[in-house]
Design a protein around this ligand. Sequence first.
Ligand code: GRF
Length: 202
Amino acid sequence: RRLVVLVSGSGTNLQALLDEIGAAGVGAYGAEVVAVGADRGGIEGLARAERAGLPTFVCRVGDFATRQEWDAALAEAVAAHEPDLVVSAGFMKIVGKEFLARFGGRFVNTHPALLPSFPGAHGVRDALAYGARVTGCTVHFVDDGVDTGPIIAQGVVEVRDEDDESALHERIKEVERRLLVEVVGRLARNGYRIEGRKVVIQ
Ligand code: GRF
């Protein structure tokens, strides 16, 4: 199976996928990363891809007259690599109709909170501010909402009294990276069905 991974930052989730595939082998894992895309340049996530010898692309919203044109261009850039599965690993943009028309049902996102709690760009900060005693991460299919698609898997992380946002986020990311690697491998190897809000992995 062919994976295209979308990043916006440090790319440690991408790195976890690359490390696992490198260690297990493409055959055993069931998938390989064929390209990495981003909404901005100069980020560590792209540097990780380049170090792995992977093709990369950047699609900046500001380079397009409308959001819709950006969305279409992103879809084109992803489609050029003929992915079976697209993985948003810290990609911080909301895709639009065209992207979802082409990749809906095979576009997975990882979010650093237990959806439906704390969706959006500040899930870690929001859980901390709310006083949640547990939070975690969610791997889900992307639908036309923000972090609202069918949930595939979740991991729970305790919130500690001394936590600040970055300490909690780092602890969440340890769970998140393992969860993403495990889920993407299972989706790739076993195939899956989405039935309403349920995801059935064969
Ligand atoms: C991840 O926790 C992701 O859920 C959130 O931002 C973080 C990205 O981390 N949206 P990285 O870029 O994979 O290191």
